[in-house]
Design a protein around this ligand. Structure first.
Ligand code: ZN
Length: 77
């Protein structure tokens, strides 16, 4: 009878441990997915090679630039 109680306690412990681990995995996975969605695409300046976030880049005819100055210097506008 004692052995049965110990066995049940062990099974309950393993069940709780696996349940807790699954919940933790789920919590860990969610922020990673959000972070990936928030990550900004980086583009490099066609003039100097500096990497700037896509929404800050100046788009020209021959590529993206870090500043208007570099677009002007590269494309002659
Ligand atoms: Zn540049």
């Amino acid at each position: 009878m004692k052995l049965l109680v110990v066995l049940l306690a062990l099974l309950a412990g393993v069940w709780l441990w696996q349940r807790g681990r699954r919940l933790k995995d789920h919590r860990d996975a969610a922020p990673r997915a959000n972070h990936k969605a928030r990550a900004l695409p980086m583009v490099s300046c066609a003039r100097c090679g500096v990497h700037v976030p896509g929404h800050e880049a100046v788009v020209g005819r021959h590529g993206s630039y870090c500043t208007l100055t570099h677009r002007r210097e590269s494309e002659g506008e």
